[in-house]
Design a protein around this ligand. Structure first.
Ligand SMILES: *Cc1c(COP(=O)(O)O)cnc(C)c1O
Length: 225
């Protein structure tokens, strides 16, 4: 049915998103033909969560696609991701940041990255704890790394129907973002992006200062695992 097409879902979403909010279409587990439908409807930013899948899709999709890597990044996959990613959202350790920087320098690039914050209740989700991130930033751990541009923060809320929990978690991320931006990261003009919000909670994220939302299901439908 026409109203179920990727193009029409995208267009409906774009009409609802506040101005200036960047939409990353999360295409993980969907075949390239589905991504091309979104591409033909004008979408250029896509999000993938696995190194191999990103590398394979980057080969098949047009060159002007901007790939966002949003999944947990293992150290041995850095080399596979860096050449393709316009932005890596999921930096969860200083060691990983350094490794991304080193690999980027090796291929003459500077990689844009976000620091992932852990605010959700699930232990399975990764990221820096907010206090940990604040103290690492205060001691300059992120500013001295070459080959990377630290562009802001990324977070996922707890997987729950209780929107008060989500609201509270996004509020904590927003507060941390402001604190860093006007405090320890004030010298970094690139530190401007807040990547929060998915299909079910992007409206809440938008109220908490999101600049990037990562939306999959609401565009492509359910993923098949
Ligand atoms: C899968 C995923 C999304 C998209 O989730 P939807 O609920 O399908 O919109 C967003 N961010 C991350 C980090 C993801 O892994």
């Amino acid at each position: 049915m026409a109203h179920d097409s990727i193009a029409s879902r995208l267009s409906a979403l774009r009409h609802q998103l506040p101005q200036g909010l960047e939409l990353v279409a999360v295409s993980k587990f969907h075949p390239v033909e589905r991504l091309m439908e979104a591409y033909q409807a004008g979408q250029r930013a896509f999000g993938e969560s696995r190194a191999q899948e990103l590398a394979a899709k980057a080969q098949q999709m047009p060159d002007d696609v901007r790939w966002h890597f949003i999944g947990h990044l293992q150290k041995n996959k850095v080399r596979q991701v860096v050449p393709h990613a316009a932005m890596i959202h999921s930096v969860d350790s200083v060691e990983l940041l350094r490794l991304i920087g080193k690999e980027s320098m090796r291929i003459n690039r500077v990689s844009s990255v976000l620091l992932q914050v852990h605010v959700a209740q699930e232990q399975s989700k990764s990221g820096f704890l907010p206090e940990e991130l604040a103290s690492l930033a205060a001691s300059g751990e992120f500013s001295g790394v070459t080959g990377v541009r630290v562009c802001g923060l990324m977070a996922m809320a707890t997987f729950t129907d209780d929107m008060a929990v989500v609201d509270d978690e996004f509020a904590r991320v927003e507060e941390l973002f402001r604190h860093l931006k006007h405090g320890p990261m004030a010298g970094n003009d690139h530190f401007t992006q807040l990547s929060i919000g998915m299909s079910d909670d992007w409206r809440i994220a938008a109220r908490h200062g999101a600049t990037i939302v990562r939306i999959g299901t609401a565009i492509f439908g359910q993923r098949e695992y």
